[in-house]
Design a protein around this ligand. Sequence first.
Ligand code: GLO
Ligand code: MG
Length: 347
Amino acid sequence: MPHPTTYRFSFGPWNISEGADPFGPEVRPVTPHESKFALYRPLGFEGVQFHDDDVVPDLDAQTPAQIAAKSVAVAQMLKNQGLTPEFVAPRLWFAPQTVDGGYTSNSAGDRQYAWDRTKKCLDIAKAVGSKAIVLWLAREGSYIREAKSAKLAYERLLTAINQMLDYDKSIEIWIEPKPNEPTDMAYVPTAGHALALAYASQDHKRVKGLIETAHALLANLDPSDEMAFCLAHDKLGSVHLNDQNGLKYDQDKNFGGANLRAAFNQVLVLEDGGYGHRGEFIGLDVKTMRTQAGSPVTAHLKNSREIFLLLVDKARSYDRKLVQQLRDNRDYEALEMYTIRHLLGAR
Ligand code: GLO
Ligand code: MG
């Protein structure tokens, strides 16, 4: 029996926000970016997920020397605060050059921007001591089918990944699939697409998946199965646990807040799959409600972490012998009833 995992938790500074949405402005006072890092440890988190410009603000306007100096300063800040950088993600969805995507843009100049920005991200990841970058391929996709050649787009994505593997010989690339938003239809919508790209790449051992609960649900898939699929290939780089109430906009609700039983099954899969034994983080990608007052608002992070740990207790006290017996007897009615009673704490 392997030793039970003591989980390490991470989140990105964008998870502490002021509540702006497409229909209204900020509703809480701004928490300065720099002051967010001091909140991690007291909340029980030790991993920081970064966008490249969370490390080096206004990245496109900085010289290589400025980028290097700022990265070193952030590495020192992390050390002082006892924090670990989990990943750095190139933010390829903000700049005017990315309105039509990055690696798959129809404009050669804009594709060049995406590659230049990615190199900066890889340099930053190395300088802060992050072993991975994350590709959330936000605008790689199309609004209408006729806008792009999807075949060419997938070829371009593979070329870009190979270039990254070549540029940095030790970095891992974790692809975070999402089926829609901000594009209508995104390329690489599921774990299957991500891992197919990984295996097609020139060094597949360094290309993995990052599965987000809400994104799997938006693809009408079961998040625990998406995670299990990556685990079966030893390719679960990280997770973004959160929740989603059906096929709507990307909600990033508290983990377990909408689909408690599905959350339990994600925890079961992670526990049984040995996730975390090699220091993998339990990443949370959660947004607080716009109605929440105060500043900074961190209750959603604390609560999602606590819900995860409560579900770990449920996973560890789930009677595996009984489950096996019910599987052997193929009595799934009884198995379902046992599972529900267990989750509800019924005697
Ligand atoms: C949005 C994504 C986003 C990414 C983050 C890291 O839907 O979930 O939060 O996880 O930008 O790349
Ligand atoms: Mg995410």
